[in-house]
Design a protein around this ligand. Structure first.
Ligand code: UD1
Length: 395
């Protein structure tokens, strides 16, 4: 085996950063075997959506920042694809690691595959069965391009088998996001966020909403306002608001409804939080309401009841073995569920197998064995590179 193996970690949007952080640390712990590059596509670019996570998670400046920015899905994906291709043509990588299911994930997987660079997908095999979700398309595309598929639960492996992905490509390693959570719980305990909000532990609810199907139209936004109203009748509610939801709440809500929200003393409408503060907020919440994917898993691990305001989930293990209940964006069901929780709280910590803080270590061990068996095809992209050079010279 040629040493060291050059690994490019790709991250684009907020939920990616906590997934690459433990991989970065584990790979850096093996300098004999690996070098690591970080490609940040720039899909998320605000301090509050991106930079604060690099700070909280101890990640270095990325080796490349592709400035993809916001836009239509096709445009955003195309910019990430082109940016990753250009980067990979000039900087050598023996393996590209992509995580999660955002547009940057699928784009980077496609760029690498076309350059004949092997791809590993971390958090492979999740399926909601709902192709209206852009993330579902990204999951399917990425999984069918990847050479190595790292899964974090048994049903993800089952999904991949059903889609005909060869068993030898699928490796059940556990949950890298839980690695980050476990590592940063001690720092979260020192966060001052509850003091800043003047909230005692277990006295409040937390809400996050950002999915286009919920917040990109007036009807959804009105339901969000009604959910807020129902929750705040019972307890204080902290709503760290995603930029998309913030814009739409102000623009799509009736003026009278907006004024009611702003004047609601039980509602704390705040900017998005960094990782450490949000972890503390979640850990000490009485209940979390969300349309996010990752939060369903984090609340399961923390033993905090979670009400998922969607019609489906790609993470059914959080329902069967965890604290999650899928209720849709339905204010009446929110009120009923809050009442049920008061009488029978589902709050015993649940831990799916291999959600133990060791997933990144398992991945690095697997990669080490993988490159023993599959000598790095670092030259596979060379023919293409030469062709590109010829084309560039010719024009
Ligand atoms: C993306 C992911 C989603 C993930 C979410 C986490 C896709 C298809 N979606 O959705 O899976 O759960 O991130 O947040 O990849 N914006 C800012 N500042 C930023 C980034 C975005 O203001 O730093 C605003 C932009 O105006 C944009 C909107 O947020 O219009 C949406 O951003 P985008 O990256 O397109 O998708 P998300 O909805 O955040």
């Amino acid at each position: 085996m040629r040493h060291p193996i050059r690994i490019a970690l790709v991250a684009g949007a907020r939920p990616n950063f906590m997934k690459i952080a433990p991989l970065y640390a584990a790979l850096r712990g093996r300098p004999d075997a690996f070098t690591v590059q970080i490609i940040h596509t720039g899909q998320h670019y605000d301090y509050k959506m991106s930079r604060v996570f690099f700070e909280d998670l101890g990640l270095p400046e990325p080796d490349a920042y592709l400035e993809v920015g916001s836009g239509l899905h096709g445009e955003q994906t195309a910019r990430a694809l082109s940016g990753c291709e250009r980067y990979l043509l000039t900087r050598h990588a023996d393996l590209v690691v992509v995580v999660g299911d955002v547009n940057s994930t699928a784009a980077a997987a496609l760029a690498a595959t076309k350059l004949h660079i092997p791809v590993a997908h971390v958090e492979a095999g999740l399926r909601s069965g709902d192709r209206a979700m852009p993330e579902e398309i990204n999951r399917i595309v990425t999984d069918h391009l990847a050479d190595i598929l790292y899964t974090h639960c048994a049903d993800a492996g089952d999904n991949l088998h059903r889609e005909g992905i060869p068993a030898e490509r699928i490796v059940f390693v556990g949950n890298v996001m839980i690695d980050t959570l476990v590592a940063l719980l001690p720092r979260a305990a020192e966060s001052t966020v509850l003091n800043r909000l003047a909230l005692p532990p277990k006295s409040y609810a937390v809400l996050t909403m950002h999915r286009p199907e919920n917040v990109d139209h007036a009807e959804g936004i009105a339901l969000v306002a009604e959910v807020i109203e129902r929750v705040t009748r019972r307890m204080p509610l902290v709503f760290p608001i995603h930029p998309r939801a913030a814009k739409n709440l102000a623009a799509l809500l009736l003026r009278s409804r907006w004024n009611e929200l702003v004047e609601n003393v039980n509602l704390r409408l705040i900017d998005p939080l960094g990782y450490i503060d949000f972890l503390r907020l979640m850990k000490d919440a009485r209940v979390v309401l969300t349309d996010s994917g990752g939060i369903q898993e984090e609340t399961t691990f923390l033993g905090v009841p979670c009400l998922t305001l969607r019609e489906n989930t790609e993470r059914p293990i959080t329902v069967t073995c965890g604290t999650n209940t899928i209720i849709g964006l339905n204010p009446r069901r929110v009120a009923e569920s809050l009442q049920e929780l008061e009488h029978a709280p589902r709050s015993s910590p649940a831990c799916p197998p291999r959600w133990d803080g060791r997933a990144a270590a398992r991945i690095v061990q697997h990669l080490s064995n993988y490159f023993e068996i599959h000598p790095s095809p670092a030259t596979a992209g060379e023919a293409y590179r030469e062709r590109v050079e010829l084309m560039t010279e010719a024009t």
